[in-house]
Design a protein around this ligand. Sequence first.
Ligand code: HEM
Length: 533
Amino acid sequence: MAYSTSTVASVLVGAVVLLYFISPLGKRSSSTVSLPPDPKPAPVIGNIHQLPKSLQWLHLYHMSKEYGPIMHFSMAGQPLIILSTHKAAHDLLSKRSARYSDRPRMVMAGELYNDQYKLHQKMEAPLLTLKASSTYLPLQDLESQQLLLDEITEMETHGERGVDFHHHHERAMASTIYCLNYGYRLKTGHEQSLQDGKKVQAEFARTGQVGAYLVDSIPALNRLPRFLAPWNKEADELFALECNLHEGNLNKGLSNPGWNFSKYMKASPEGKDMDKTELAFDLGILADAGLDTSTVALDWFIVAWITSGSTWVSKAQKLLDEDVGKDRMPTFDDRPKLAFIDAIASETLRWRPVVVGGVPHFIKTEDSYMDYRIPANSIVLPNAFAICRDESVFGANPNSFDPERWMTGDTTQPPTVDACGLNTTALKDLPQTGFGFGRRICTGRIIARNQLFIQMARMLWAFDVEAGIREDTGQRHVVDDMDCTEGFVTLPKPLRTVMKVRGEHVTRIVKERGTTHNINHAAVLEQMKVQKN
Ligand code: HEM
């Protein structure tokens, strides 16, 4: 039987109104303590209409200037708390982490990871420590070497049109993660498994956005008959796509030669009796979480290079010329002396936080903060864009790309260097808010930081970069550093860049080392075998 769109819409609106009055969401609390400030809500729908789907994080950032560091929105009765300063986010999500570490229900984006997250974190934890991450450096060395070769090769073909740097960043990161997770590398970046992974991610980003689906605010809507709940079909299709991809990858991981995360997790006490789909999803989420995020950070690094590089690139390249020279490319062994490159990485993550609107947390019980009441079952969203512009933490001119804000300038003390070579004496201990907060903080952040360091160091050593020539106008692309895509992670709009080698020595060294695809990566993985503590 077919139903017209208007009939379905009328029934849905009726259902929402009904649910609003019969569900606890519609009932006002008798508490006398006020909610955080909010723009005036409309009846029933609350503030839904005031949350734009486009550039929501920017809109909320501007609103925070009027309403303050903590704001409240009602999403048809579902409380949404927006945090806009580092202090508010740290006080609630880090210091009170035990209460603020749930995730909101995401009926559309899937909830498998929610209930079981502690078990999954326990299973993954030994693979993501500083020490374990230090054993993956040889693989990251190999992938970043391949990145230079691929970029030089594409430059030779495309000249002033420039290279598709996003594609190369994506291949290098995906190959690193897939090799660790499943024991296989990606040669072209066009492989089917990566295309499917990107599709899953795009769907997750679309369906997981706060406010994107009414059913996430009002899960009771899921009890409506299926013909009135069209999102169920969409959710089933997304789940089927994810199952195919993740289970297929797990099978590959278990049968590929050499050590990898799949084999480690399958043999772990938590994983050995775990349902196969659940284990496959756990690995799949790790792969998905690592893929886009690091790629996007590297893309924004290129945008910063083009738009504001005149203030910091020459310092980085001078350092590389002095400490590395022209006889070899930089390696992880150079890292302690190249703290400025890590400052560039930190500044990239601050200037354009990858998950720019923040990742939602959830609190099940009522709380209070700054004399405001935070209702039970609130979604709590740290607006990363606003938090990274908190001048009380990051200093003046937060919109400027300025790596110096991360440097201590301390040259008097012998440097303290961590297991991955990060020089913690030269770098200020400012919060890395782009990786989130509390118990839900990004578990792959050390692997990510290592990847950013080696790729940024090698690209700065190898190239001078400028925007490519547009095919349609024949003019050089004019780059606007706020021109970005929508979604969970925010990418610069597609752009090609001219990557001119900084001398004949670069091409010679990169080509002499040649392709890394003939290296036996299974043997490299075997060297990384992590023993559980
Ligand atoms: C520059 C790169 C990256 C950025 C900016 C980033 C950022 C984030 C953020 C903001 C969160 C949510 C934190 C919160 O809820 O407060 C997160 C979670 C997560 N990240 Fe990353 N991430 C990056 C790279 C990676 C990599 C390489 C991996 C895997 C190797 C990874 C694995 C994860 C996982 C598994 C979670 C979920 C943690 C949980 O919910 O318990 N991430 N990441």
